[in-house]
Design a protein around this ligand. Structure first.
Ligand SMILES: Cc1ncc(COP(=O)(O)O)c(C=O)c1O
Length: 395
């Protein structure tokens, strides 16, 4: 029997998986910054930090050039180093794991919860050893991890938590915004994230000592706001106290961030409306498992990840993605779990069987477009393409 053919005409133009929502305000702000003569870390970074701290309700917000830098400097500030272990979910982007390696410590991968695909607290507990220094829960897709249980596990043993909130602005857990739940929270403003500065990141914390350490290490280990040395009130004199890094954010990026942050809540509402339309359209399709929600949490809806029930379909995930591409719909996969990548397999000796939930989920996940500037027609086209692929290929 020949494979079924999709005879309906696809949309005229390719719908990318993500398009950043950049308005005239952002363009004006960047232009003004270019004209100001101050391009790197300066007054706009300070403004963005103040706005961001107020937005999540944290005492400190430290702007950096990526979430990768935020994770790295947070773990560094906790003193993570050689001989230490850091528990990270396998279902994440490599940034979460690689920063542990950069500090000379060992990432200990753990499996995910079958419903949410967030880190599984039971698996965390099983992975803890006397060497465990920190746990890095990732709030995958924008859905907060089970922070109540994770904090109880960590608190009992004096283990630190660094939240990877690259996906979760704005989100909340038990009524508390992500960014002020735990001690250190790391956000991303990469081009595909919920707000963007092109490349960028932020750490929020209420801890003065950790904030000071992150600030120091983010700019060459230079004392006293090194960036101020070129201002009228600044001094040419500075001292290097540590072998720091070059992780600071530029004023150009911060100019974007200030404008994007003003729109963060509206962007989130727009994504929520798209998620609700997808939910309503796909609810009756038994071939799909829809994204989990938590009654105690507000979801940032950075990603809308469906899972295919492969037993009910005659095609695999790659063919499903191909069917959507033929109808001009872009998709992505979040994530290829760390334990399936050659680097982690080689250095940690892990196998797919060690992480049965994440390994099985990986075969089934597809991230659909969900960004605020999608039109109603765009959303309909995605729904139509998903329905068509399923109707043509259901067993
Ligand atoms: C879960 C997660 N953590 C960390 C990062 C790293 O973010 P950045 O690109 O800002 O360094 C990403 C980026 O995709 C991510 O998805």
């Amino acid at each position: 029997m020949s494979a079924p053919v999709d005879r309906r005409s696809p949309r005229a133009h390719y719908l990318p998986f993500h398009v950043p929502a950049i308005g005239d305000e952002e363009i004006q702000a960047v232009t003004d910054t270019l004209r100001s003569g101050w391009l790197t870390t300066g007054p706009r970074v300070k403004q963005f930090e103040a706005d961001f701290a107020a937005f999540v309700g944290a005492r400190h917000a430290i702007a950096l050039n990526s979430a990768t830098a935020a994770l790295h400097l947070s773990l560094e500030a906790l003193g993570v180093g050689p001989g230490d272990e850091v528990v990270v979910p396998t279902m994440t982007f490599t940034a979460t794991g690689e920063v542990v390696v950069h500090l000379g410590a060992t990432p200990v991968l753990v499996d995910c919860d079958p419903d949410t695909m967030n880190i599984d607290p039971v698996a965390i507990e099983a992975a803890i050893t006397p060497r465990t220094k920190a746990i890095v829960p990732v709030h995958l897709a924008g859905l907060p991890s089970d922070m109540g249980r994770i904090r109880a596990i960590a608190g009992r043993r004096g283990i630190a938590i660094v939240e990877d909130a690259a996906h979760s602005l704005p989100a909340s857990y038990a009524g508390v915004p992500v960014g002020r739940i735990g001690e250190l929270t790391c956000f991303s403003f990469y081009a595909t994230k919920t707000i963007t500065t092109g490349e960028g990141g932020m750490v929020t914390t209420d801890n003065d000592e950790r904030a000071a350490r992150i600030r120091l290490m983010s700019l060459h280990g230079i004392s006293h706001d090194g960036w101020k040395r070129y201002t009228a009130t600044g001094s040419w004199f500075y001292e290097v106290h540590e072998a720091g890094y070059k992780d600071n954010m530029t004023d150009l990026a911060a100019a974007l961030g200030i404008e994007q942050l003003k729109k963060a809540a509206a962007f989130r509402d727009a994504r929520l409306r798209i998620a609700e339309r997808y939910d309503a359209a796909f609810n009756s399709l038994s071939e799909l498992v829809l994204p989990a929600r938590r009654a105690d949490s507000e979801h940032a809806w950075h990603l809308y990840v469906i899972r295919l029930d492969l037993d009910r379909l005659a095609i695999d995930r790659a063919q499903f993605i191909d069917a959507l591409r033929q109808r001009n719909i872009g998709t992505s996969v979040h994530f290829i779990p760390l334990h399936l990548h050659p680097y982690y397999r080689r250095t940690l000796g892990v196998t797919p069987a060690d992480f049965p939930i994440a390994s099985a989920a990986y075969e089934r996940i597809v991230s659909l477009p969900i960004f605020p500037t999608m039109t109603d027609d765009d959303v309909e086209d995605v729904i139509d393409a998903v329905r068509t692929a399923i109707e043509l290929h259901r067993r």
